[in-house]
Design a protein around this ligand. Sequence first.
Ligand SMILES: [Zn+2]
Ligand SMILES: [Zn+2]
Length: 152
Amino acid sequence: MNNHLCPCLSQRPYSECCQPLHKKQQRAENAEQLMRSRYSAFYLGEVDYLIATLHPSKRRLDERELLQNTINTTQWLGLKVLDHQQKNELAEVEFVAFYEDSPVGQLHERSRFTCESGEWFYHDGIILPAIKLGRNDPCFCGSGKKLKRCHG
Ligand SMILES: [Zn+2]
Ligand SMILES: [Zn+2]
């Protein structure tokens, strides 16, 4: 996995992108980086990381089970970050995470994050309607092909 491109589609190797965060060697510098690393953690099944980066006040008793269930049942295909706004210790990131379904599933969410003692946490988010995809646009999976020739 080390030499492979990061699942968050940053076009950088996993070892230089989300892996140092997953391994607790680095902290996310901002909410967007945390969001990307959480997507990669879903993709790779890094449950401990998903719990550690969820704000303690938001962790449910069965959080691990719920996360594991999502991981087991969802095949993630790509990530598109649409917006990132930060004001002091608060931030919002809007993104679409694509997953295998027919037609292709979209988790379009505007998430809220806070920074406490230099550490970013995911709080919650509001779910938004699916975005329109152009058949001639580059596919969301990062293949470089047009959507209609790839996951269209
Ligand atoms: Zn990454
Ligand atoms: Zn594709």
